[in-house]
Design a protein around this ligand. Sequence first.
Ligand code: CP
Length: 305
Amino acid sequence: MSRHVISLRDLTDGDLEWIVRRGVEIAAGPADAGASLRGRIVGIYFSRTSTRTRTSFTAGALRLGAQVITYGPGDLQLNTGETAEDTARVLGGMVDGLVIRTAGPPEEMRTFAAHCGAVVNAMSADEHPTQALADLTTLSARFGRVKGLRVLYVGEGNNSAAALALALPRFGGVELELRTPPGYGLAPEVLADATALAEVSGSRVRERHDLASLPGKVDVVYTTRWQTTGSTKADPDWRRRFEPFQVDEAVMARYPGACFMHDLPAHRGEEVTAAVLDGPASIAFEQAQHKLYSAMAVLEWCLAR
Ligand code: CP
């Protein structure tokens, strides 16, 4: 049976809940959660830089008893013109699962999925599904639930924001308010899908392109870096549009008791001030740690027999 995590749209609510619950269980227990992947071989192919995601999937696979082969940006013959299709046919016959980060669209991952038992999207141009899974695991561990949480997302409607919008509202009673710079919002199809998912589960997703009339109460303020890994902005004046969207002490002061989240890496002084990122409300590094537990849950869901 093939099990892939390429887009959160592909997962059922039950799949999402299982992965989050399992991540929380692993977080609460010993770091080596058993040997559920003993005898399995996981390929880790990152054509773009990564600190957290690559390490969490590599360490996670090893902690679960799997063996790992890693490929960096310069390793595969994709660099010399071999097609993704041919690469997928070869690797798929040799490894049990592939964890892949590229700058391409999810369709590229689906080429690999056609030939490999399990493919995990470790970030593509338009969605970062394992980031959202780690975020939900962090929220569930911190609040004891995801249902009913109120989240204010401030910043670019990038691949992390897209994944959050496609996952969070499915837990029911969630209020997700996105404030994105004009021209840098969620892709229309992502907003439409997130809104439809929210309606089904009694949640609400709303996006605006200013910081007026912010919600009165939120449990979490979330941002991401302005320059998403592997992406560029055509407008040389883009910073002017982003500057009002910095999460600073004034934003956090509106929400006493709220947590601050950031998927990292961060640029202090751009999307967030140092006082917020390193301050008492910040759970950004707890969030990064949960990437390990969530990666282990994803690998078990994809690969454990
Ligand atoms: N958040 C995240 O994906 O971090 P890396 O780019 O370091 O993997």
